[in-house]
Design a protein. Structure first.
Length: 310
């Protein structure tokens, strides 16, 4: 099939809102765009286990420990779903891991901030996973079938994570003055990085044009960010938390909240490897990946042995 025929057939499916499946013909730019996006999403889930895992032994109750363990286990599963979806596009798991560890592939900037208190665990669940849900619900309609289907299960589990985080923050806001101050401090530190999770303005995002044309993306970064802000401001008001944005104000005409300017210089600095915890996160991943080599070798040997018996 020549490139013109391929592109015509491909765009007919896209325009008809049909899913593109792994065995379908697709332009190389579409494939590479998806590999970048899906692998980055997978890396974010896996790296995101680190800051929360550090709090398992310090959770304030057995119930909190059980919930946090379940949440971290979910995130590991999300990474596996997404790596598997990316593999259907012709890239290996080993190559994706190498890209992560070498710095060639990115992951969400949010996971390069330190988790200082138990309230931060609440802020991550409520704000970070809340932002993820807004983005991932939109991805349930993305054009690549395996990615869209993975989002349905992931979104259900992320909604549990969001409720877990909101419960922590609500409990702290009904506690002692020190607990309320701890919750507000976490809110102050995680609010702006959570808004950065949606990415830069689409006018500053060179890949957004293709993503919309191919229906990988259905909503703009700014649309999704606005939806998150409007929902979260109301949730914060219910439990008495203040949004750390002096410019936040209800816009009666637009029926949404206006907000202050995001520090995009900080976003670029962190996403390019110069955040508070970038080096720590990658070093940790490399260390435990190397320590687990024997497990992968044993699994491969077992698979080869089974094949010999067939």
């Amino acid at each position: 099939m020549d490139s013109t025929t391929l592109n015509t057939s491909f765009m007919e499916k896209i325009d008809a809102d049909l899913n593109i499946e792994p065995k379908d013909s697709m332009p190389e730019k579409y494939r590479t765009h998806l590999i970048r996006q899906i692998s980055q999403h997978a890396h974010s889930e896996v790296i995101g286990m680190q800051p929360e895992g550090n709090w398992i032994t310090r959770a304030p109750s057995l119930r909190a420990k059980q919930i946090l363990l379940a949440k971290i286990q979910d995130e590991g599963g999300h990474g596996l779903y997404l790596y598997s979806a990316a593999e259907t596009l012709g890239i290996s798991r080993e190559e994706m891991v190498e890209q992560l560890q070498s710095g060639k592939a990115k992951y969400s900037n949010i996971f390069n901030y330190p988790v200082l208190t138990w309230a931060d665990i609440g802020a991550i669940g409520w704000l970070v996973d809340g932002a993820a849900i807004v983005n991932q619900v939109s991805l349930q309609r993305t054009s690549y079938g395996p990615y869209a289907r993975a989002m349905f299960r992931i979104c259900k589990e992320e909604s549990f994570h969001q409720r877990q985080g909101y419960e922590i923050m609500a409990n702290m806001m009904s506690g002692t003055p020190d607990q309320r101050q701890m919750a507000q401090d976490a809110m102050n530190r995680w609010w702006w990085p959570s808004l950065m999770m949606f990415g830069p303005h689409d006018s500053d995002s060179p890949r957004s044009g293709d993503a919309f044309t191919w229906k990988i993306k259905r909503k703009s970064n700014d649309e999704l960010r606005q939806k998150f802000i409007d929902k979260t401001v109301q949730q914060a008001e219910v439990i008495g938390l203040s949004i750390p944005d002096a410019d936040l104000a209800w816009n009666e005409e637009r029926q949404c909240y206006d907000h202050g300017e995001i520090n995009w210089e900080e976003f670029k600095r962190v996403i390019n490897g110069n955040g508070p915890c970038n080096k720590q996160r990658i070093d940790h991943h490399i260390n435990y990946h190397n320590e687990g080599a024997w497990v992968r070798e044993a699994a491969e040997a077992y698979k080869n042995q089974l094949q010999e018996f067939k």
